[in-house]
Design a protein around this ligand. Sequence first.
Ligand code: URA
Length: 237
Amino acid sequence: MELYRLLQQQGFGSRKECRQLIDYGLVAIDGVDANDWRQPVDAANIRTLTVDGQDWPLLHLPLYLLLHKPAGYETSHKPLHHPSVYRLLPPQMANLDISAVGRLDVDTTGLLLFSSDGQFVHAMTSPKKQVPKLYRVTAKHPLTAELLQRLRDGVLLHDENETLHADSVEQVSEYVLDLSITQGKYHQVKRMVAAAGNRVEQLHRLALGEVRLGELAAGQWRHLTTDELAALGVVTG
Ligand code: URA
C-alpha cells in the first residue's frame, strides 16, 4: 500500500490532505522521515506514525472500543446541548466512521462501545440479538420488595403495547439496585423504574454481555480484547 493511502485509512484526512502532509515533511514512520507519498508501506510492520510532531500508534481496523462515558456528554455525532462522546476518542478516529453501539442518555455514565464495523454495530443493536445490558441504578426513594418484584414481573410503559421486564434485579443497598435488560428502548430503565413506582437518580452501565467496564476511569477508553470480541461473536484472525 502507498503511504498516503495508509494515512488516509488511519483517519488523517482526504487523499489530497494526506499527500500534502507527506509533501510538507510532516510524516515519519517509526521515527524515520517519509517524504514520498508513493512510498510502499506494510502496515503489519509499522508501530508508530508521527504526524505533525505527534506520535500515533497504528490502528488496526476495524476498531472495537470501550469508553467509560462520563455524565454530560451526548451519544451523538451532532450533539445539541452538550459535547459529543466522540470528543473523548482520539481526533484521528473522528475520520474513521466510528459509531456508538446504542446510546446512553446525557446523564448516564458507564460502558459504551464503539466500532468502525457497521455490521457489528447493527448486529449488537438489533432487537434479535438480545444482548443483556447490566445497569446500576440509584433510586430517589428507598427500594421496596414490591418495586423489585414489579420490575421482575414486567411493567407497562407509556406508548408501549407490551410489558417490559428486567431479566435480573438485585438489590445492592437501600437505594441501589443492579438491573439487567435485553431490549434497548428509549430511556428504558428510567421509564421502567418510574412505572414501577420510584425514580432514577443516577444510572450507570456496568456491562454489555460478557464485557464489563471494570476499573477504567471515567472519560478513558480502551480496545476490546480478543476474548471480549469472541464473547460478543466477533471472530478475529
Ligand atoms: N435506560 C435509560 O433510561 N437510559 C440510558 O441511558 C440507558 C438505558
